[in-house]
Ligand binder design. Structure first.
Ligand SMILES: *Cc1c(COP(=O)(O)O)cnc(C)c1O
Length: 452
């Protein structure tokens, strides 16, 4: 299987090459040249456990990795999950289920992709005999998941930039209390946007990033999207056959990565009735799906901080399919969005995609209501998904984080806060972080002086 850039100006890459570089050199995102039709496999995959299913799925894409090696990489990636089912599906009532994606090491769904990505990087270092420096910017969950995906792996170093004082104390502890000597949590004196800007400039310096063997760990890596397809498939296979074609996945959404993975899976011959994009007050995607216009706005902090995003990075992949793979058309739209911040879509499949928006007051009210009605505690991101469920469909809500990660929001909503042993254990460990100004020169010098 070969991988092509949405912008059409990058030669075809193998899976491993596309994973290693992350963003395509022409600025586009990688997509498989063709999508396999997996409908013929579904019956045979029904009884597989999570890691075995993931292996069967990933081997269709990671064709340049020996199957037995890939099996090992996948098995290792899900061994660190605390629940035997990895992604348990819980029934709250008839036609309402929650897919719990928070049993990984950092208690958020990003572990599904980043545990696998970490092991793919490790494999790559072994094959090429060269180390790798992984660099990312985070407003919270991604950085923690990336760090835990690479923790202690030989020949790798991970550098995560985050805005000092603007991630939650628990999220900061997950990044800074690891005790691993290949982890560099860098608190920059600035905003997330400052960190992101510095990161872009660093990757823009091709010579520096090649010389340092830098790889980007952000939501646009192809391996992340494919790894995320698997839990949709796993949940779909766990539902009674008669209900499967009525399923609507309800997805708390920031930059469209998670929900895009579900949609991509549906294109491979897995019938899904709908995808509901649930946003917080930063409602770029809700506005897009209700008005047809993509228009980025400014970000307002909310109770669901990992969705405080107004740029849907993964949207370019959807756009590429919507435009029939016409790379010149994708380039033109991305140029227009870059220049004007907006783009109007001709049409959407409104039966397939719907959306909702929840502001902070609604998030709090939902946390209380779901607890009262179902005896089930949801985190503030997952809460967004409980707005306006479609009664005509079987809803599977993706629970993207454990509620104990957001004790302040939960306490404000319910009066009590859950705890989690993994988080409690962090509180007695030493914080190791590096303070830097958000300047390209300072960050480059830090990276060049460390690792491998
Ligand atoms: C990252 C994150 C999201 C948003 O995911 P996207 O892939 O950006 O749509 C939602 N909830 C939690 C808890 C997250 O960490």
């Amino acid at each position: 299987m070969k991988y092509l850039s949405t912008r059409g100006q990058t030669p075809p890459h193998t899976f491993s090459q596309a994973v290693a570089v992350g963003l395509a050199p022409d600025g586009g995102l990688f997509l498989p040249e063709t999508l396999p039709d997996i409908s013929g496999h579904l019956a045979g995959w029904e009884k597989l456990g999570y890691a075995d299913l993931c292996f069967e799925f990933m081997r269709l894409f990671a064709t340049d990795i020996e199957p037995e090696v890939l099996r090992g990489i996948v098995a290792k990636s899900y061994a660190a999950f605390a629940h035997p089912e990895i992604a348990p599906l819980r029934k709250l009532r008839d036609r309402l289920h929650v897919l719990e994606l928070f049993h990984g090491p950092t208690l958020a769904f990003k572990d599904f992709a980043l545990q696998l990505l970490g092991n793919l990087y490790e494999h790559q270092c072994r094959v090429t005999g060269q180390g790798i420096k992984v660099l990312g910017a985070t407003s919270g969950d991604t950085g923690a998941a990336a760090i835990h995906g690479l923790l202690g792996k030989p020949d790798t170093a991970v550098f995560v930039l985050y805005p000092e004082g603007r991630v939650s104390p628990l999220q900061e502890r997950q990044m800074t209390c690891t005790g691993a000597d290949n982890v560099y949590a860098i608190a920059v004196d600035g905003s997330f946007d400052d960190a992101q800007r510095a990161l872009k400039a660093i990757f823009g310096d091709r010579e520096f990033s090649a010389q340092q063997r830098l790889s980007a760990v952000n939501s646009i890596n192809l391996a992340r999207v494919l790894a995320q397809c698997v839990y949709y498939l796993f949940a779909w296979l766990r539902m009674p056959a008669a209900e499967r074609s009525h399923i609507e996945f309800v997805v708390p959404t920031g930059n469209f990565g998670n929900v895009f993975a579900g949609w991509l899976l549906s294109r491979m011959g897995v019938p899904v009735a709908g995808f509901k994009v649930a946003t917080n007050r930063n409602d770029l995607l809700h506005r897009l799906f209700t008005t047809g216009e993509y228009r980025s706005g400014s970000v307002t902090p909310s109770l669901a901080p990992s969705m405080d995003i107004q740029v849907a990075s993964n949207f370019e992949r959807y756009l590429s399919y919507a435009l029939g793979g016409d790379a010149a058309a994708v380039r033109a739209v991305m140029e227009q969005i870059g220049a004007t911040g907006a783009y109007r879509f001709a049409s959407f499949d409104r039966n397939l995609f719907s959306s909702s928006r929840a502001d902070d007051a609604e998030i709090s009210a939902i946390i209380r209501r779901v607890q009262a009605e179902h005896g089930y505690l949801v985190d503030p991101h997952t809460a967004c998904a409980f707005r306006d469920l479609n009664p005509a469909r079987t809803s599977i809500v993706l629970a993207t984080a454990h509620p104990a990660k957001f004790p302040d929001a939960i306490r404000a909503a319910t009066g009590g806060a859950p705890t989690h042993p993994a988080l409690e254990a962090l509180k007695s460990r030493a914080v190791v972080k590096h303070r830097l100004p958000p300047t390209v020169a300072a960050i480059k010098a830090f990276i060049a002086a460390r690792g491998m």
